[in-house]
Design a protein around this ligand. Structure first.
Ligand code: SF4
Ligand code: SF4
Length: 306
């Protein structure tokens, strides 16, 4: 599929790759020739540039505790992470020129060893903490993607659409960046409701990263239910940049739901999550210690990273 049907009709989502002819879909000679001229002209811009500017927001892998599970390279919509190989001691590497900065790899990495430049975990946790510092139970903590939901909220403002003042937004480049732990931390800090919002499937700025968002949220709903926390308190919505009125409506609906979350329920959620997250960090610590021990024992051969 092309990067954008109107703005980049011959560009593939991976920068530097262009379409011409039937490799995209069946077309006649006239259309093929027109598209080939457009593609060659786009390619000549890149070839003549001399220097290519890449995204500043890219992922970085710290190999210290990487288990070489390969999840990151499987989920990356751009194939921007090389495949690790445990047997030969090869670690995954980010090809920075291909990374578009969606953050899906960082959210899916089970050992949290992937950092996103400019959108790292600490920055997001600091925002959650600030939002929940006062009257957290009244807040609808909303993760909004940079390309669709956040501009959708802007449009609601420009259109002067009214919605309750309890919404608090945290912008991420993609909804794929919303880690399970961010949502759990928001509830642990007392947020009444949490919304994860992103682009519609066909509009995802990062090819198919929203599909990973959906899978992750579905997993979280199950996890919340098992923990005894009402999954309805976590909502998922696709809101485009042109849907200001939808953003306002979603906020009104969520605020209505928030009113049914009592202080007792929030306290119980906090108690459950204090316990759960304590167990999770203990598990992670143990896993990290195990990784170091195995490496010291020479069971996993490390390859120096250039
Ligand atoms: S997902 Fe994380 S632990 Fe697994 S290979 Fe990638 S960086 Fe390593
Ligand atoms: S941030 Fe997105 S594009 Fe970049 S390596 Fe990770 S999954 Fe791939």
């Amino acid at each position: 599929m092309e990067s954008h049907p109107k703005l980049k009709p011959v560009d593939a989502p991976t920068r530097g790759v262009y379409f011409a002819g039937c490799n995209e879909f069946p077309k006649d000679v006239k259309d093929t020739v027109t598209q080939a001229s457009a593609a060659s002209s786009r390619a000549s811009i890149l070839l003549n540039a001399g220097k290519v500017t890449i995204e500043a927001i890219t992922s970085v892998i710290d190999h210290t505790y990487c288990t070489q599970c390969g999840i990151c390279s499987t989920v990356c919509p751009y194939g921007a992470i090389t495949k690790p190989d445990k047997k030969s001691g090869i670690f995954p590497e980010v090809i920075e020129a291909a990374c578009a900065g969606c953050g899906t790899c960082a959210s899916e990495c089970p050992t949290d060893v992937i950092k996103m430049r400019h959108y790292d975990d600490d920055q997001i946790y600091a925002q959650i903490e600030a939002i929940c510092a006062e009257k957290a139970h009244e807040k609808v903590l909303t993760f909004a993607c940079n390309w669709c939901s956040y501009p959708g909220a802007d449009l609601a403002g420009t259109n002067r659409s009214q919605y309750p003042a309890h919404a608090r937004l945290i912008r991420t480049m993609c909804s794929g960046r919303v880690d399970e732990d961010f949502v759990l931390e928001a509830f642990r800090q007392g947020a009444g409701m949490v919304l994860v919002s992103g682009c519609h499937f066909s509009d995802c700025h990062y090819i198919n990263a929203v599909q990973w968002t959906q899978k992750r949220v579905e997993k979280l709903w199950n996890r919340l239910e098992k923990l005894g926390i009402r999954p309805e308190r976590l909502q998922l919505e696709w809101i485009s940049a042109a849907q200001g009125s939808k953003f306002a409506k979603v906020m009104k609906d969520l605020d209505r739901m928030r009113k049914f979350v009592s202080l007792e329920e929030i306290e119980e959620t906090q108690r459950i999550l204090d316990e759960e997250m304590g167990k999770v960090s203990a598990r992670k610590e143990k896993q990290r210690a195990g990784i170091l021990k195995r490496r010291e024992g020479g069971e996993v051969k490390e390859v120096p990273i250039g």
